[in-house]
Design a protein around this ligand. Sequence first.
Ligand SMILES: Nc1ncnc2c1ncn2[C@@H]1O[C@H](COP(=O)(O)OP(=O)(O)OP(=O)(O)O)[C@@H](O)[C@H]1O
Ligand SMILES: Cc1cn([C@H]2C[C@H](O)[C@@H](COP(=O)(O)O)O2)c(=O)[nH]c1=O
Length: 210
Amino acid sequence: MSKGLFITLEGGEGVGKSTQLKLLQAALLSAGVDVVTTREPGGSPGAEELRQVLLFGKHPLSLRAEILTHFAARYDHVDQVITPALEAGKVVVCDRFTDSTLAYQGYGRAEGNLDVLRLISRLQEQLGRDPDMTFLLEAPRDVARLRLAARGAPVDRYELSDEGFHARVLAGFQEIARQDTGRVRRISTDGLSPEAVNAMIVKDIRARLQ
Ligand SMILES: Nc1ncnc2c1ncn2[C@@H]1O[C@H](COP(=O)(O)OP(=O)(O)OP(=O)(O)O)[C@@H](O)[C@H]1O
Ligand SMILES: Cc1cn([C@H]2C[C@H](O)[C@@H](COP(=O)(O)O)O2)c(=O)[nH]c1=O
């Protein structure tokens, strides 16, 4: 059994997950909490190699192959990084996890096709690792796009997808939050400073750690 706490940050591109990951790491470290921050796809050396294929590979994978590759990366990340840290009693904060596969592949690419949602759910069950707390960060897509343009990072395969895809992804995240209100807290980052968003997240985590 794990002794630590597993927290995930979820949401579409540009909503502020990486920013919150860094702020949360600093806040938890200064409170004396032993914290590990990580991300998906990636987070272990092998999974980071798979990230390159998924985000920047020359040849798009079929949907089933894409889902299995996200989960191959995730199994390695869980086995080599997340589970050992939790078993050592640490707090693990991960930028994206299985909710992203449901939102992007299940609702975005497969448009909610039941067979695909079932495949993802089976892979998730076998993984044997679910987050204890998830913060779903939200911002209107036009706000997020302006932030991404200002940030100027390399544009990956998913970010290049059409706006219909992104709308389905955001609706997918909302559906996930509706189905799991005990785990998922929705936070709108529009019009809030990164520090204000961080204060809301830290307050929830402190309450959970007490
Ligand atoms: N609350 C906020 N208000 C305004 N700008 C923000 C806020 N949070 C983050 N930003 C800025 O928006 C840009 C995108 O933020 P960030 O990289 O954290 O998003 P992300 O959700 O991790 O995106 P991606 O999934 O594409 O990696 C950055 O330039 C960041 O400085
Ligand atoms: C875990 C996971 C991620 N994705 C997509 C979502 C994003 O477009 C990229 C990751 O880029 P980021 O800058 O690190 O946010 O990958 C996905 O489609 N499915 C997943 O399971």
